[in-house]
Design a protein around this ligand. Structure first.
Ligand code: GLP
Length: 270
């Protein structure tokens, strides 16, 4: 596991975007797993910049981690009231790159049959050849996607209930600004499972800010537990890169060791 510590959010985002761009250059039809939240916003801005300098997304395929249940683009509904992750992804990244519509996969929050949809989503990921690089943030309670404390570490794409902490975090981050009543916020979501995420060939997790410091330390250096579903990162068998800013790294016991490893690898061209 490569744990990379950068000075601030801007540097963290640049580093993460370069990793994603590197994957696309090495495999132009690669399959990316994408994430939402405030953390990846600048990573996406950086990717858009790299795209403007020539990075081609025309063969890239994407699968998003999750979507709130009951929301999503709907004909006749005021666009401003659409607080879906689908809208977020289009505004923050997808509308600004040359990706093909048919290559974009975001869980359908308006599906009539969520169970069937989840099975279909899993199949589509498999049919694509599997996710080459999964981008991840981390929730305040340590979740990946919406895999809340207590979700099995082998879980697959499913409908889940959101915890109070996640509802509070996400209400303050997104819904409040859109003047949406707390009671109107969705309480359920479709999410890739932890097992689905662990199937990705490579994982790129990013986190910034002091408020992520405790949970990052627990996730990376604490015991593997279904109470912090992202701690499953310690079980992943492929390439893992974690990019943090100084604040998010501030509670890590072994931060200096990670800095040393990065330096040594650079020195020896590894
Ligand atoms: C939501 C998303 C997660 C994301 C988390 C953190 O719960 N489902 O995928 O990692 O928010 O959000 P933020 O980056 O805003 O802290």
């Amino acid at each position: 596991m490569d744990i990379i510590i950068r000075d601030d959010y801007e540097q963290m985002s640049k580093y993460a975007a370069e990793i994603i761009a590197g994957h696309i250059k090495a495999k132009p039809d690669c399959v990316l797993g994408l994430a939402t939240g405030s953390t990846p916003i600048n990573t996406y801005k950086e990717l858009i910049k790299i795209h403007k300098q020539g990075l081609d997304f025309s063969r890239v395929r994407t699968f998003n981690l999750d979507e709130y249940l009951g929301v999503g683009p709907e004909p006749g509904k005021p666009y401003d009231l659409d607080q879906s992750y689908s809208r977020f992804m289009h505004e923050e990244l997808l509308n600004h790159i040359n990706i093909k519509k048919e290559n974009i996969h975001i869980p359908d929050g308006r599906t009539k049959d969520p169970k069937k949809f989840c099975m279909w989503y899993e199949e589509e990921i498999k049919k694509s050849g599997g996710i080459d690089l999964q981008l991840l943030g981390i929730g305040g309670d340590g979740h990946w996607g919406f895999n809340e404390p207590g979700s099995s570490l082998g879980s697959r794409t499913a409908v889940v209930a959101l915890t109070q902490q996640t509802l509070d975090d996400n209400y303050n981050a997104f819904y409040k600004n859109a003047n949406i009543e707390r009671s109107d916020m969705p309480h359920f979501a479709i999410t890739m499972g932890i097992g689905t995420i662990l199937d990705a060939k490579n994982i790129l997790m990013i986190a910034n800010g002091k408020k992520k410091a405790d949970i990052i330390a627990k996730c990376l250096e604490g015991p593997i537990t279904s109470q912090i579903t992202s701690s499953a990162i310690q079980l992943h068998s492929g390439g893992i890169t974690v990019v943090l800013d100084e604040d998010a790294a501030s509670k890590l016991t072994n931060a200096n060791r990670y800095r040393h490893i990065e330096k040594t690898k650079l020195q020896y061209g590894l």
